[in-house]
Design a binder for this molecule. Structure first.
Ligand code: NAD
Length: 357
């Protein structure tokens, strides 16, 4: 089969890590007889430098026409001085909106080989590590509600509005229940229904949706309690379903429990098969171009692309197994290195995973 992938290498370590993921994807293509056609497009700081906007129309057009979008990371200090509306990160919000990507899927998996990187006490996670997934609503809520700044008698006042419609909650809840069905069949919906009207609506819509999934257990937590439970008893979670801002914060917290930001992938999905895949970390300007970045989050993002956009489960698993094999053999990039392991750079890690395939 042939698949068209729009590739945004982006800024900082973006090109370093994307190159390794493409190397691994090509190996999958060779082994399983698929062709991945890559069209490289610009977004973020690289687009600002080349054409003066963070998200050129041409990029949106090519992404829309592709089977999936694969992204490294965007942003960096060079562009931090620009006004908010033309910052590199605008490209991400623009792409999510343009492609209708309302669901962000972030697995937080702790590999048993990396148990020492976990900041929690060993008895909290036990022998078998951690495997949960955060499903974050991505195109609604406070990041997209009405906002403004006005001058009042108390000086400047600024406001942002948290707004959710039934339709928005329903479609993200459906994604969470469907994913839970393929996992351990438990959804924890996170809100702030003791205070916020938008959360009370959220909760009632999720409860209604749960009736269609009698095989999936549902419970609710307030966001502050969830933040606490994640570090006290993280193994109680299977699928965490939550809104845009709560998900932004909780998914970072969940990922840090696993110890390294360089290990975790993400997928952003909409109502079609076209999704956007990227590591959860940023462009790490401090190590860009130095062959130091961990490419594993990006490589596993490629596995998610195979699974969710192309329905290639066997191939996705092959990538995940290859990563485990390389970790089990003791190879580590600097961010996950510990004494006695073999320190490798970005390129060598990519090559090792490709060889393990
Ligand atoms: P960051 O994730 O880029 O880096 C945080 C720390 O983690 C740094 O010390 C970095 O070296 C390290 N790190 C990150 N990824 C790594 C990897 N693969 N291997 C080894 N170490 C890694 O976060 P930041 O420093 O807050 O942001 C840097 C830039 O990235 C900013 O411009 C920010 O806006 C942008 N950003 C982009 C995205 C995205 O494109 N999706 C997400 C977050 C931040």
């Amino acid at each position: 089969m042939k698949y068209n992938v729009a590739v945004i290498k982006g800024d900082g370590i973006g090109p370093d890590i994307v190159d390794q993921a493409l190397l691994v994807l090509d190996k999958v293509g060779e082994k399983f007889n698929h062709t991945f056609n890559y069209t490289e497009v610009l977004a973020g700081g690289a687009a600002l430098d080349a054409v003066g906007v963070p998200l050129p129309d041409e990029t949106v057009k090519i992404c829309k026409e592709s089977d999936a979008v694969f992204l490294g990371a965007v942003g960096g200090p060079k562009w931090d001085v620009l006004p908010g509306n033309i910052r590199p990160e605008k490209a991400l919000l623009g792409l999510r909106s343009a492609l209708g990507l309302f669901a962000n899927i972030r697995p937080a998996i702790m590999y048993k080989e990396l148990a020492d990187a976990c900041p929690l006490k060993p008895e909290i996670l036990g022998e078998d590590g951690l495997d949960l997934v955060v499903i974050r609503e991505l195109t609604g809520g406070i990041y997209f509600g009405e906002r403004g700044v006005k001058t009042t008698e108390y000086g400047e006042s600024a406001y942002d509005t948290m707004i959710y419609s039934e339709v928005e909650v329903k479609r993200i809840a459906k994604v969470a229940f469907e994913i839970a069905r393929k996992r351990n069949k438990k959804v924890t919906s996170v809100d702030k229904a003791n205070i916020l009207d938008s959360s009370r609506l959220w909760r009632s819509v999720v409860e209604e949706m749960a009736k269609d999934y009698p095989d999936v257990a549902l419970n609710h937590l307030y966001v502050d309690n969830c933040a606490m439970q994640l570090v006290v008893k993280p193994k109680q979670f299977d699928v965490i379903l939550t809104g845009n801002m709560f998900g932004d914060i909780l998914s970072d917290e969940a990922s840090m429990i696993t110890g390294s930001i360089g290990m975790l992938p993400s997928a952003s999905l909409g109502s079609s098969k076209l999704g956007m895949y990227e590591p959860i970390h940023g462009s790490a300007p401090d190590i860009a171009g130095q062959d130091k970045a961990n490419p594993i989050a990006t490589v596993i993002s490629a596995a998610m692309m195979l699974r969710y956009s192309f329905d290639l489960e066997k191939e996705a698993l092959a990538i995940e197994k290859a990563v485990e094999k390389v970790l089990a053999a003791g190879y580590r990039t600097g961010d996950i290195y510990s004494n006695g392991k073999k320190l490798v750079g970005t390129k060598e890690m990519g090559q090792l995973i490709s060889d393990a395939l």
